[in-house]
Design a protein around this ligand. Structure first.
Ligand code: RP5
Length: 199
């Protein structure tokens, strides 16, 4: 785990990120968090956990209440419908859905709820996630799924995108996100190249 992920540092923004500084007047209302899950992380199989763990890691680091569930579109369709149908009343504000192969899970969830669905293609077959990417990204007009990159990078970005959605109405989360981004910038600013190693 990257050291900065385990603990959120004070939001000292590098000059490059000055524009990210939180401005209260931009936030018209504020929804501080409670204990109740705001983000649902759903995967088609336990075998997807390694990929989706990248999303869970980010949600934990940003202190966003969340839940993780295994829901298969083709093996547990009734569970899928129930999850999507109850998502809003249970307080979920975003759903991250990862699946491999034909990957119907994100699209079918999106078909049954207006809670935003962020799809993560998982590399699970001989096609290395390309099958899943095309399946998730090619939703027909009218039922959107926000599609991220294949694998762990996509899972991490799905969590960051969910956090950005929540931060539009949560000032404290905005500050934590700004700090997280600042830490990523600082990591690069601190990098040095050993010319011999670089070849
Ligand atoms: C998909 O099939 C799952 O999302 C998983 O990526 C893939 C393989 O599932 P298992 O055979 O490992 O259960 O439905």
């Amino acid at each position: 785990m990257a050291p900065a992920l385990s603990r959120i540092q004070a939001p000292t923004l590098p000059r490059e990120l000055g524009a990210l500084r939180y401005q209260p007047m931009l936030c018209s209302y504020n929804h501080p968090m409670g204990e109740q899950p705001l983000v649902g992380v759903v995967m088609g199989s336990k075998s997807d956990y390694e990929t989706l763990s990248a999303a869970l890691e980010i949600l934990r680091a940003l202190e966003i209440p969340h839940e993780a569930r295994i829901v298969s579109a083709h093996r547990t369709p009734d569970r899928l419908f129930k999850y999507a149908e109850t998502a809003r009343e249970r307080g979920l504000r975003a759903i991250i859905a990862g699946a491999g192969g034909a990957a119907h899970l994100p699209g079918m969830l999106a078909a049954k709820t207006l809670v935003p669905v962020l799809g993560v293609p998982v590399s699970a077959t001989q096609l290395n996630g390309l099958d899943s990417l095309l399946s998730i990204v090619q939703m027909p007009k009218g039922v959107p799924v926000g599609t991220l990159a294949i694998g762990k990078a996509g899972a991490a970005n799905a969590a960051l995108l969910a956090a950005e959605i929540l931060a539009t109405t949560d000032a404290a989360l905005y500050e934590r996100l700004a700090a997280w981004r600042a830490a990523r910038t600082q990591e690069v600013l601190d990098q040095k190249v050993d010319e011999e190693q670089a070849g």
